[in-house]
Design a binder for this molecule. Structure first.
Ligand code: C2E
Ligand code: MG
Ligand code: MG
Length: 583
């Protein structure tokens, strides 16, 4: 054993040495005269026993005890030695970590050796308990798969770090990482490979961090980094870049190269939020944005992003109530015969009278309805409302023999839904309109995503007599093969194609060839987005069948559409219809 005597009184030190003379278990006895010397010695090497006098020239033994770094107590048993029989002091010393309290008057070989033996035993027991605690703590704070910190430890640290950052007026960053397409690895290569990959990823991520940064696995393929030593918020982009870069090289498992990437969301304290839940939520939002933007990238949470997410959350919530609260409405945009400019059809376009945001057009909420599945009941409502409305106009204006057709849009989600046939049939049945008077507008997305189901659904619609129109043609895929594969009756040329046809001759020729191709394939050609007289004449001259656009009318409410119809019928009654063009 190595023993350190800390005592300013040379006679007392000699007395201790004398009392311990001949003890073979004591390999070395070193002396320090004051606290400064003692700290110096203790910092250089470990001692098994320290005999610490309470009255030192620089500070008291008790004060020194309280200042000793934590690790000294792991290696060393400390016995206080004092000239005063002070019970309070003895208790305080024991509470501060000393193993025993000895009066100088008691210093004899027997008493000292007994104190040393007991102190060593007590110390060993305390160490054992401490180590068990340490192990338990590790179990509670460490992720058992990867060995990095777990969610509990991260959350605790985040809370403490926020409190510290608040006190010191500093910044910190929370980076949330979610591996891209990790599910595929688990699904295709099994969970064992998945686990090994997660371990390898943790190692790579950990290697990029600076001291003080904390990496934790929050669960599944989600990791988080807490960086408390950033001077400026922008600095955290460097951490994000390093993390992304650490996964540049594929991970090799059983000789197989597995490319891994991650999406990272970054939130800064105090800019984004001032509490741990808020920071994590912001990082999560940013991470989803990174995914949406194409994965393998980082995204900073910002105020704009935050309000976008709040908007989305509100829309998601309110959308579920919109039908019940009668907030949905259909607007109707007339479709005109290109030759004589009389109304031959009408497209039903969805609007939402949102209690807070006012009248919303579909681009403000349709994406969210698709994601949440709300599009299915909404779509059902649209079919019912549109068919009933057409029936009401037919009755009101005695249109039974007029070819007024109503067009309803369906998204790919709706088209692939197993209830779509049922929904459409029910709308036809309940309204009593003929299937020939209903047109379904679909886009190529469904044909690409799920060609077999779409083909069979479209065939059933076709067999019922429903007109099928391919919407937004001329954008996206615009594959001619789709026109052959699916029973499409009408081609609806997208409004984007109409822009600049006056100045852009290439574009004008493009529109011309689309119309021509549709006609060649014996389809009815509808041109959408005709805004000017020139565009209207151009499409008519190139033999489009039907025109729809602001030149004639914007989408209007049911009652405004009624007025348009009434006006047209009055005109028809007053004047004979214009002569049709000769084909
Ligand atoms: P869409 O089916 O291509 O509908 C035409 C869109 O173009 C409508 O926008 C219409 O207001 C707009 N538009 C019509 N003429 C012109 C024009 O001359 N110039 C310009 N700049 N725009 C014109 P809206 O009503 O905002 O609808 C947007 C899209 O939302 C629709 O595009 C359709 O894909 C979708 N949508 C609308 N209602 C429904 C619905 O009930 N169900 C589903 N699934 N989708 C719908
Ligand atoms: Mg449409
Ligand atoms: Mg369209």
């Amino acid at each position: 054993m190595r023993l350190l005597i800390i005592d300013d009184d040379e006679l007392d030190r000699m007395a201790i040495r004398r009392a311990l003379r001949g003890e073979s278990s004591l390999e070395e006895i070193i002396e320090a005269e004051n606290a400064a010397q003692a700290i110096e010695l203790l910092s250089r090497q470990a001692y098994d026993i320290v005999l610490l006098d309470n009255s030192l020239p620089d500070i008291t033994g008790f004060d020194l005890l309280s200042q000793l770094p934590e690790h000294i107590f792991h290696d060393t048993s400390i016995i206080m030695v004092s000239g005063d029989e002070d019970i309070n002091l003895a208790t305080q010393c024991l509470e501060a970590g000393a193993e025993d309290f000895l009066l100088k008057s008691e210093v004899t070989n027997r008493r000292l050796m007994l104190a040393i033996t007991l102190a060593c035993q007590r110390h060993a027991m305390k160490e054992e308990i401490r180590l068990t605690h340490e192990q338990l703590r590790k179990l509670a704070e460490q992720d058992s798969l990867t060995g990095v910190s777990n969610r509990y430890f991260f959350d605790e640290n985040l809370r403490l770090s926020i409190a510290r950052a608040k006190r010191n007026n500093t910044n910190m960053a929370v980076l949330l990482l979610d591996l891209d397409n990790f599910k595929n690895i688990n699904d295709t290569l099994g969970h064992d490979v998945g686990d090994r990959l997660l371990r390898a990823v943790s190692k790579r991520l950990e290697a990029t961090l600076r001291t003080g940064d904390l990496l934790a696995r929050l669960g599944g393929d989600e990791f988080a980094v807490l960086s408390t030593n950033i001077n400026k918020p922008g600095q955290s982009h460097l951490i994000a870049e390093r993390l992304l870069k650490s996964l540049d090289e594929p991970i090799i498992i059983d000789g197989k190269q597995l490319p891994v990437t991650t999406s990272i969301g970054v939130a800064i304290y105090p800019d984004c939020a001032e509490n741990s839940e808020g920071l994590l939520r912001c990082a999560d939002i940013a991470m989803y944005r990174a995914k949406k933007e194409g994965r393998n990238r980082y995204f900073f949470h910002s105020e704009d992003l935050q309000s976008e997410i709040m908007y989305r959350t509100q829309i998601e919530w309110d959308l579920a109530q919109a039908i019940k609260n009668k907030e949905l409405e259909l607007f109707y945009q007339p479709q005109y015969c290109a030759d004589d400019h009389h109304i031959v059809g009408v497209e039903a376009l969805l609007r939402w009278n949102h209690p807070k945001f006012g009248l919303l057009s579909p681009d403000r909420f349709l994406d969210i309805a698709e994601e949440t599945g709300a599009i299915i009941p909404i779509g059902q409502w649209v079919f019912m409302t549109a068919c009933n409305q057409l029936k009401a106009w037919q009755t009101q204006f005695s249109l039974a023999d007029q070819p007024l057709r109503i067009a309803v849009n369906v998204s790919d989600t709706q088209l692939c839904d197993s209830h779509i046939m049922e929904i459409v049939k029910q709308a036809l049945q309940e309204s009593g309109i003929s299937p020939h008077q209903l047109e379904i507008e679909l886009t190529e997305a469904a044909m690409i995503q799920n060609p077999d189901t779409t083909a069979s659904t479209l065939l059933q619609f076709h067999d019922l007599g429903i007109n099928l129109s391919l919407d937004d043609f001329g954008t996206g895929f615009s594959s001619f093969v789709h026109l052959l594969q699916f029973p499409i009756d009408s081609l609806k040329i997208d409004k984007g194609c109409m822009l600049d046809i006056k100045t852009d001759t290439k574009k004008a020729r493009f529109v011309r060839s689309l119309i021509k191709m549709g006609k060649e394939m014996e389809m009815s050609v509808v041109v959408e987005g005709t805004e000017t007289e020139e565009q209207t004449n151009y499409c008519r001259d190139w033999r489009a069948d039907i025109l729809q656009g602001y030149y004639f009318s914007r989408p209007v409410s049911a009652s405004d559409f009624e007025s348009l119809l009434r006006k047209q019928l009055q005109k028809e009654n007053e004047t004979p219809s214009p002569k049709k063009r000769d084909d």
